[in-house]
Design a protein around this ligand. Structure first.
Ligand code: ADP
Length: 259
């Protein structure tokens, strides 16, 4: 499998009053083409910093990030970034919001229109293309934000707690929709979440990070088939992996079997 994103000994430190604060300490990690990885860890362990480096929004203090074998020097249309806050323009319809994401792509009007329509259809907002954000639910707004990123046709999706603000039911529905989309187009996805269930359900590998300093703690393989289903979510194997991730995130030693 080809490596899509390669973090090579990346560190990030900030000058603070008391000296230097290490937000991220020597992380090396390869994410493969078409892979879906999730990143979990306590607040402040450097998840967003790591993703910011892949996005080209944060420069490492040392080390480098490669995407497609090329050093990242800034944001680019090959990488779509989706944050928890939808950041939609309230005065623009769904369609115009999605088209806005294409403004830098230097495309003709017809191409912009058809790409936006394809992305809107993909996230299931066809009937709401001419609706303003204020008339949409939280889940629909986030689908619009996802469509905006998809319209640019990025090879890599970088998602920073995209479902964090949504209620549990909407969240589960969007997880399925995202996996459905991913199974069709097989983009490479790096997805940050606080939710251990979400991390296991979506990913083929869960990257567990630790804080103080922010670092890579463990990589846990999720050896469950796609498509993921409710049956898988409720299976003993899912529970086992979920337990392993949970213990790693909260730094508890693995339970030993009772004698
Ligand atoms: P996470 O996404 O895991 O919550 P972040 O990557 O956002 O963590 O942040 C990692 C650490 O770096 C945090 O402790 C945060 O406070 C710190 N940090 C982020 N940006 C700055 C900055 N500009 N100056 C100082 N510290 C920062």
């Amino acid at each position: 499998m080809n490596v899509k994103i390669s973090f090579q000994d990346v560190s990030k430190s900030y000058a603070v009053k008391t000296g230097t604060f290490t937000a991220l300490d020597n992380v090396s990690l390869d994410i493969f083409d078409r892979e879906f990885v999730t990143v979990v860890g306590p607040s402040g362990c450097g998840k967003s910093t790591l993703m910011g480096m892949a996005a080209g929004l944060i420069d490492p203090s040392s080390g480098q990030t490669l995407v497609n074998g090329e050093p990242v020097t800034g944001p680019g249309p090959d990488r779509g970034v989706i944050f928890q806050q939808y950041a939609l323009f309230p005065w623009l319809t769904v369609r115009k919001n999605v088209e806005f994401g294409l403004r830098l792509a230097n495309l003709g009007k017809a191409e912009v229109r058809s790409r936006a329509q394809r992305a809107i259809d993909l996230v299931g907002l066809t009937d709401f293309a001419d609706t303003l954000p204020k008339a949409l639910s939280g889940g629909m707004k986030q689908r619009c934000a996802i469509a905006r990123a998809y319209a640019v046709d990025p090879q890599v999706l970088l998602m920073d707690e995209p479902f964090g603000a949504l209620d549990a039911l909407t969240r589960v529905q969007l997880q399925d929709r995202l996996l459905d989309t991913w199974s069709k187009d097989q983009r490479t996805v790096m997805f940050i979440t606080h939710d251990v269930d979400e991390a296991v359900y979506l990913a083929s590998r869960v990257i567990v990070m630790a804080a103080k300093p922010g670092r890579l703690l463990k990589i846990i393989d999720v050896d469950l088939p796609y498509p993921r289903t409710e049956e898988i979510r409720l299976s003993p194997e899912f529970s086992r992996i979920r337990g392993e991730v949970w213990r790693s995130v909260y730094h508890q030693p693995a339970a030993t079997s009772a004698a």
